[in-house]
Design a binder for this molecule. Structure first.
Ligand code: ATP
Ligand code: MG
Length: 158
């Protein structure tokens, strides 16, 4: 399906607004005005799953105040990039290469207070790669985590 990325992301976030409010998360948007709306060719349900898994992590692992989440949409040459930046605890550089692997959970987050099976990012990666995109993470312990993914920009040439 053709999915117009910006309204799609805004809708998911507004559906989550109660939960975001409960967590006292401040959401910021970082989007440049585009000459044309940005479309991708994607399965909506799967793309939503990716976003939900990433947002779930941001909410789950941000524990300090204030909680800030920045959602960016950028146009690259023939791709679009979505950037989700939180100001949570970050991920240790030793763990960073493994977080997209199945069942991988960082030592610090294996505590019973933060539940999870370590599948969220593996599923996100599988979906994004299945759409011909890429997903990766940058993180600095104490500063936060940034997850980026790309999808091919769909241009209707009819
Ligand atoms: P599940 O998603 O299956 O409930 P999970 O959240 O532990 O479990 P993933 O979403 O795959 O699994 O994430 C893997 C690991 O990466 C997490 O256990 C956590 O250590 C780390 N991680 C992921 N996102 C963040 C984030 N935004 N901030 C800090 N650490 C993160
Ligand atoms: Mg998760």
């Amino acid at each position: 399906e053709q999915v117009e990325l910006s309204p799609f992301l805004h809708r998911i976030v507004s559906e989550l607004s109660i939960e975001l409010d409960n967590h006292a998360v401040e959401v910021r948007w970082d989007e440049e005005k585009q000459p044309q709306p940005l479309f991708v060719l994607a399965d909506r349900e799967k793309l939503k799953r990716v976003l939900m898994n990433l947002l779930d992590n941001a909410l789950k692992y941000m524990n300090q105040q204030p909680k800030q989440l920045t959602i960016g949409i950028k146009r690259l040459e023939d791709q679009v990039m979505v950037v989700l930046k939180d100001n949570g605890p970050g991920i240790h550089p030793d763990s960073l290469p493994y977080i997209f692997e199945r069942f991988y959970r960082e030592e610090a987050s294996r505590s019973p207070s933060v539940r999870g099976s370590g599948l969220g990012l593996a599923i996100a990666r599988q979906i994004i790669e299945g759409h011909g995109g890429e997903i990766w993470a940058n993180s600095e312990p104490g500063k936060g985590t940034t997850i980026c993914f790309t999808l091919k920009n769909f241009v209707d040439r009819r």
